[in-house]
Design a protein around this ligand. Structure first.
Ligand SMILES: [Zn+2]
Length: 286
């Protein structure tokens, strides 16, 4: 009985092995054409899929952007503080700040700059950035900060600084321009010279995105791109910096745009697109 039982078990095992072999062979000779069209198995957790680019949805993740809303609403009331001379880079000394311009209707530049900055911060944060502001209020009771503090703003490791302004040019001239820092000729220390090429790229990228959004360039600045060596905010920045003169507040069309929520959002979106485009052009994190 024992030997008969053993034979039965061997026969059963042989059948099992044969069935397994058949299944394997059938699977291997199965329709190979499907292999190339079968979609990849969805990953249980998209974050562990090595083919997924986690930065695609948040192109500014890990980036630190300094946003500088030019002037302060109370600058006009505190002339002693605002007129004190401060370091403006390259041995230059300039007034701490100024009142900025205003529209014919009395809309102050400080208020426009701050409104666009609020929207820009929201958009940059949506895109994953950490944002630092040089001023967090727009108050008639406050002045400053001074241009030297604005230029030096931002923690070590910030990626860039964008300063927001509106111009006060001839009423007939409509449009924006972007200012990049120029080389310093004075004897004072310059921190920006090594950053000039990156800052120039930042300025032209911002110009391109504002143009693409439909904003016209100012006729008094060729190509909407300027370079200046006399602005403390740009001269003293320790990171690539650019100043956006978003429009001419003395021009009625620009003033209407700069004073409207839609216009302010459009400026903020275009500037944020410029930041994304500049960061995306292979800028290493600082
Ligand atoms: Zn200004």
């Amino acid at each position: 009985m024992q030997s008969v039982g053993r034979h039965r078990w061997i026969a059963l095992a042989a059948v099992v092995v044969a069935v397994v072999l058949v299944v394997v062979v059938v699977q291997r000779v199965g329709p190979t054409s499907d292999d190339t069209t079968t979609p990849p198995v969805p990953s249980v957790s998209p974050s562990v899929d090595p083919s997924a680019d986690p930065t695609a949805a948040l192109p500014l993740a890990g980036r630190v952007v300094v946003v500088d809303p030019g002037h302060q609403l109370g600058n006009g009331r505190q002339s002693r503080l605002v007129n004190q001379l401060v370091d403006a880079g390259g041995g230059l000394r300039k007034p701490c700040n100024s009142t900025g311009t205003a529209s014919d209707d009395g809309l102050p530049e400080a208020t426009v700059n701050f409104a666009v900055a609020q929207r820009l911060v929201a958009r940059l944060e949506q895109l994953g950035a950490t944002v630092e502001l040089t001023r967090t209020t727009n108050s008639a009771e406050e002045s400053g900060p001074c241009v030297d503090a604005r230029g030096r703003a931002g923690r070590p490791g910030a990626d860039l600084l964008v300063s927001l302004h509106a111009d006060g040019a001839a009423a007939s001239d409509r449009g924006f321009h972007v200012i990049a820092p120029g080389p310093l000729t004075g004897d004072g220390p310059s921190r920006t010279d090594v950053l000039l090429p990156e800052a120039a790229a930042l300025a032209s990228t911002l110009r391109d995105e504002l143009l693409a959004a439909g904003f016209p360039t100012a006729p008094y600045v060729e190509g909407g791109l300027d370079e200046r060596s006399d602005l403390g905010t740009l001269n003293l920045s320790q990171v690539p910096a650019a100043m956006v003169e978003m429009g001419n507040l003395r021009n009625a069309d620009d003033a209407a745009l700069l004073g409207s929520e839609e216009g302010q959002q459009a400026y903020a979106d275009a500037i944020a697109s410029g930041v994304v485009a500049w960061v995306g052009a292979d800028r290493p994190s600082r």
